[in-house]
Design a protein around this ligand. Structure first.
Ligand code: ATP
Length: 459
């Protein structure tokens, strides 16, 4: 046994204008790697929480470092280092009172605590209060400091337990001198890497727009974050960066694992989860291409489902829904109800059964056989060819259904942080891995993982 297990967790370290929780966590890891009595107990964890939280800056991320430390003194010194780095990093945030960093430290295995796991589950799917997080922190003996960031910091401590699915993200950070500058990314080279790597990488490249979506826009210090289940292949993307990274971190993550796909229950604002539903109306396509559908959830609530234009294939699938279809949605409840019923933004949809659908058509003219036209007077039709007029019933004919049962999601490069690609085989965490520092962080231009040359197509 290499010593005591210490988890150090960070959240809300970023600001709208600069900085990022994962960047500060990366700086902490680089500092901690020089401490003689501290070793990595696992890859650093990049933990995404409820995507419906309105006060997040970007992807609602917390970071946890799991460390082996040589005794309690070393543990609390390491925790003190994390706290002082966080306060130093966030000190220049003048005029942003709503940003409130949080740091939490705990000894032992917090994921074995029932209350800590329950808090993690709620933080993925609902709104957690600071008091609730502090109560759990007290129960598990965690040391907590800061403001609202304590919610995410404490909740993330119990993430990624053995038995949980996980993916990796290999993140490159920018030199501070480059913050705010345009990122140098070779999108054409990215297309070639994308074509050469095996299907264990995902959501890094948007083939529709020909863009490396792994590189964010905006002023934050992330140069790019490459996602997949095979770290060695993620390293292949480093060749598409024409800006030299400052340092790298390889994270284990709950990203793209559907970790938030838990029963939704009553659709309260800011909740996220999964609900079965029966479609009640044919889709309405609004200005801008967004699609809205009324549905009744299994619990009886009537809701409006929104499938935004940006979701591409999911939006196109929603246009083919019809009243009576049985679906299951993974969705976020919005805080407003424009039509008097809860509005849910859909991230992913499983179509279980498509209903038989019928459409009404004008009858044929009994005199000349031409298709008749409605005259506008209830039930009356007129033949545009021979002029015959009569009160007739419309034809009701089966509509061919253009969609079948299946899972529908946004396209590559457009998936939300927690949504799992339907084709992905997701690994399950067996135990902590204890990587060497050099396998999880690198302060050179090269990533910490050796990658096979993407051009070999060796898969
Ligand atoms: P970045 O990715 O740059 O770190 P972010 O998108 O993660 O930014 P934060 O600035 O960290 O956003 O803000 C998220 C805030 O929401 C934090 O204060 C966190 O404690 C809090 N939070 C996270 N999940 C929940 C939840 N389920 N309920 C209430 N508050 C939450």
């Amino acid at each position: 046994m290499p010593g005591l297990l210490l988890s150090v967790s960070f959240d809300d370290i970023d600001s709208r204008f600069w900085g990022c929780t994962t960047h500060l966590a990366g700086l902490f890891l680089v500092e901690a790697s020089h401490l003689p009595r501290v070793r990595l107990a696992d890859y650093p964890l990049l933990v995404r929480l409820n995507p419906a939280i309105p006060w997040k800056t970007r992807g609602n991320a917390a970071v946890v470092a799991r460390l082996w430390v040589d005794g309690e003194d070393a543990a609390w010194d390491t925790c003190g280092l994390a706290e002082s780095l966080a306060w130093e990093y966030t000190a220049p945030r003048v005029g942003e009172p709503e940003k409130q960093p949080g740091v939490a430290c705990v000894l032992g295995r917090p994921w074995e605590s029932r209350v800590a796991r329950a808090l993690y589950s709620r933080a993925l799917t609902d709104v957690v209060t600071v008091d609730e997080a502090l109560r759990v922190a007290w129960r598990i003996g965690a040391r907590v400091a800061g403001g609202r960031g304590r919610i995410g910091a404490v909740s993330a401590l119990a993430a990624l337990a053995p038995g949980d699915p996980y993916t990796y993200e290999l993140t490159a950070y920018r030199h501070p001198s480059m913050w705010g500058e345009r990122r140098c990314v070779d999108h054409e080279a990215a297309a070639k890497v994308e074509a050469a790597v095996p299907p264990c990488v995902f959501n890094n490249y948007d083939p529709q727009r020909g863009r490396l979506t792994a590189a964010p826009g905006g002023p934050d210090p992330v140069l790019a974050g490459f996602r997949g289940t095979c770290p060695e292949w993620l390293g292949a993307y480093s060749t598409v960066l024409c800006e030299e990274p400052h340092f790298w971190v390889l994270y284990r993550s709950n990203q793209h694992t559907d970790a938030h796909a838990r029963p939704l229950g009553p659709p309260r604002p800011y909740k996220t989860g999964v609900a079965k539903a029966v479609v009640e109306s044919d889709p309405r396509v609004a200005a801008g291409g967004h699609v809205f559908v009324r549905a009744r959830l299994e619990g009886g609530a009537s809701v409006e489902l929104a499938f935004y234009k940006e979701t591409g294939p999911l939006n196109r699938a929603a246009r083919l829904l019809r009243a009576g279809d049985s679906i299951t949605v993974l969705a976020n409840v919005r805080p407003y109800s424009p039509h008097g019923i809860p509005l849910l933004t859909v991230e992913k949809m499983l179509v279980q059964r498509v209903a038989a659908s019928r459409i009404r058509a004008s009858p044929r003219c009994p005199r000349c056989g031409h298709r008749m036209k409605r005259t506008g007077r209830g039930g009356h039709y007129k033949c545009p060819r021979c002029g015959y007029k009569a009160p007739l019933s419309p034809l009701v004919i089966p509509e061919p259904r253009l969609m079948g049962p299946g899972v529908y999601t946004p396209g590559e490069g457009r998936l939300r942080h927690l949504t799992a690609p339907p084709w992905l085989s997701i690994p399950i965490l067996e135990s902590l891995e204890g990587p060497e520092w050099g396998m999880a962080t690198s302060t050179s231009a090269n990533p910490p993982v050796q990658h096979p040359p993407a051009s070999t197509g060796a898969h």
